[in-house]
Design a protein around this ligand. Structure first.
Ligand code: GLP
Length: 242
């Protein structure tokens, strides 16, 4: 595990952006695992700026997102499909058919999970997976108690997660109760993982990750078993780390 401490959100975003650009430029047909939430927004803006400045091309890039809400139409403003279009895909030269998110608005969610998992397997493996962390240690939407052996599956969202994500919705009741998420084992099969952590509200979570025990009650704890994990943490989130 490699821990990189940076000053602030902007420095974290810049680091992640440059790391992704390096990976894209060094890899033949790179496969990226992408995350949503507030944490990666600055990184995405930096990638857009870098594309517009001619430093990177997404022509040969394939992406797989971690998760999607169940029951939201793809074009719902709060769907993760919409998030990715707005924050990245609409502004770069990525081919739409090479971007993937689970579809949370199908009739058969179990089949959707199997199909999504198969697509990831067919893409060889994810070269670089970007992750954020939930306040309760979730990665993707793998909530506490999720088996470390899980593959892409449907989850019931933890009340804490629904509360944390209510800020994006008109009212708390509008936050979906379920989501489809890449499984923990699927995430762990990525060749490299970069976990981004920013802000004082994440300080406890990152402390527990770095110093705590391996436990399914804290899903992110599995990441320490990965042989190519980098945690990029800003000062506010790193207050409890030595
Ligand atoms: C969300 C996402 C996760 C994300 C996490 C933290 O619900 N499903 O992929 O990493 O929670 O979100 P944020 O970056 O907004 O703090």
């Amino acid at each position: 595990m490699n821990i990189i401490k940076v000053d602030d959100y902007q420095a974290m975003s810049q680091w992640a952006c440059q790391h992704i650009i390096g990976k894209i430029n060094q890899t033949n047909h790179p496969v990226l695992g992408l995350a949503t939430g507030s944490t990666p927004e600055g990184m995405y803006q930096c990638l857009i700026d870098s594309y517009q400045a001619g430093f990177v091309s997404f022509k040969d890039v394939t992406t797989f997102n971690l998760d999607e809400y169940v029951g939201l139409a793809i074009d719902d403003p709060n769907s993760y499909h919409s998030f990715m279009q707005d924050k990245l895909f609409n502004h770069i030269n990525i081919r739409e058919e090479q971007t993937h998110l689970p579809n949370g608005n199908t009739k058969d969610h179990q089949q959707e999970c199997k199909d999504y998992e198969r697509l990831i397997q067919q893409a060889k493996s994810i070269d670089l997976q970007i992750l954020g962390i939930g306040l309760n240690g979730h990665i993707g939407f793998n909530e506490p108690g999720t088996p470390f052996t899980s593959r892409t599956h449907v989850v019931e969202l933890d009340p804490l997660t629904r509360e944390a994500n209510a800020r994006f919705f008109n009212q708390k009741q509008d936050v979906p109760t379920h989501a489809i998420t890449m499984g923990i084992e699927t995430i762990m099969e990525s060749k490299e993982i970069v976990l981004l952590v920013s802000g004082a509200n994440k300080a406890e979570a990152v402390k527990r990750l770095v110093t705590g025990e391996l436990s399914e009650s804290f899903p992110a704890s599995i990441l320490k078993q990965h042989d190519n994990l980098t945690i990029v943490v800003d000062q506010a989130a790193a207050v409890h780390l030595n």
